[in-house]
Design a protein around this ligand. Sequence first.
Ligand SMILES: *[C@@H]1O[C@H](CO)[C@@H](O)[C@H](O)[C@H]1NC(C)=O
Ligand SMILES: *[C@@H]1O[C@H](CO)[C@@H](O)[C@H](O)[C@H]1NC(C)=O
Ligand SMILES: *[C@@H]1O[C@H](CO)[C@@H](O)[C@H](O)[C@H]1NC(C)=O
Ligand SMILES: *[C@@H]1O[C@H](CO)[C@@H](O)[C@H](O)[C@H]1NC(C)=O
Length: 411
Amino acid sequence: MAGLGSYGKAALVLGLAMLLLPPLHRHYPRCRVGSGAPAALAAGPAPAVPAFPRNLTVMVFGGSTSTGRGTSAKGNRWTEVFRRAFEAATGSSVTLINKARGGTEADFFASCFPRYLSGPKPDLFLLEFAINGGNVTRLVESIYRHTDAPVVLVRQMSCFPASRYAAGDPTGRVSWPEQREEQRTAGYVYRLHEFDLVNELVPYYGSPCSRESLPKLFDTKLAPGQHLNDLGQRLLGEFVARELVRNWGAINNASRRAAAPAGSNERESCFYAGNGGGSANSVKTAFAPEGEGWTFVTNVPAGRKYEACWSSAVPGSRLVSVAPVNFDRATMYLEYSHRPAKLRVSCGPNAATGKSVTLSEVTAHLGMNGTMIQSVVLTGQCRSQRLTVEALDAGPQQPARVCGISMFVSG
Ligand SMILES: *[C@@H]1O[C@H](CO)[C@@H](O)[C@H](O)[C@H]1NC(C)=O
Ligand SMILES: *[C@@H]1O[C@H](CO)[C@@H](O)[C@H](O)[C@H]1NC(C)=O
Ligand SMILES: *[C@@H]1O[C@H](CO)[C@@H](O)[C@H](O)[C@H]1NC(C)=O
Ligand SMILES: *[C@@H]1O[C@H](CO)[C@@H](O)[C@H](O)[C@H]1NC(C)=O
């Protein structure tokens, strides 16, 4: 238990620093209702907040940090630390539904949102996309179209290891400050609460990415500085619990929230792998290879068992929708590896003209060591024709992978 010593020390430093330091960072205003010293955790229900429910169901969407990457044991994940700390502080019993998935953008969760609501009804959503980014606004809109449970942005950070992590294009991955800003956009638009760990840590650790602080807070074995380690995740989990307690009234104040997104009259149909139930169908049954090349893989290398995508290593090979499709707009989910393949997505051939219309030529901008699920928007309609995905330059080290599609038809 080598970690206990450093936990103890960190807690002591934290406690002392809290007594001594005023909140400093005007650029990251704290998300707090009151002011003054943080409330102690595990000291019984905090005063002057509305009653905490006996049972609270919390759904988490996020990336690898929220799956526990960077920690030495499952119980050290920030989500578990949060659950224990919140229960101790409030007496509530928390049911945690953790939908986090490594290397996955926020957009992935935005599609076919009802698939997440087939089980226990969440009372609260926590979103953590500091590393993977994606359109968090889109995810918030999907949530608010289907539920009025409050949404909180959990803003942790990563010390931008992308240049070290990237195998090819060092600009391939958006830097973490940009991804933090993407989250802010969603926060501004929907007046969300943002729990910003950077703001919390700076008084005690200076820059979390400094030479001194990085090894304390982050995993340094793989991609140093990318994933919060046991201490970093513990601080994050306790911070989220404390902020939630402190802001409980405001978070649950419906009149504080911006209006829900305009009622969309679009109908969404979607195809995913491994996501039965809800409104999603299997992407396995949606497409079929035309000739050799594409196969359905259920265990994509990188140790993530839950992935299942159509995959090809054969240049020019084609994957065709089994049935004609109908959409006014669509988003396709692809898995990118460090050497992403180029894809062409087209609608057709049209029975009358014999021609296909190219909707998108997809050149991934990513380039990272490992894989990541990203979305591409197909620019154009497809009406009662088949959809074809062509792997332009795939190869064994450069696989093309199609993992899902979400299609919208205007009502
Ligand atoms: C809380 O959950 C427990 C166990 O799941 C259940 O027995 C109890 O009835 C629930 N209480 C409320 C108030 O929903
Ligand atoms: C993000 O999604 C929202 C809602 O769908 C959309 O209005 C906005 O343009 C998107 N932002 C970007 C950068 O694509
Ligand atoms: C990429 O990952 C492989 C193992 O998966 C490792 O051997 C290699 O050093 C990594 N490259 C970079 C640039 O991190
Ligand atoms: C809820 O929010 C509104 C608007 O910000 C505010 O006027 C009201 O006092 C709040 N109510 C409670 C109970 O906090």
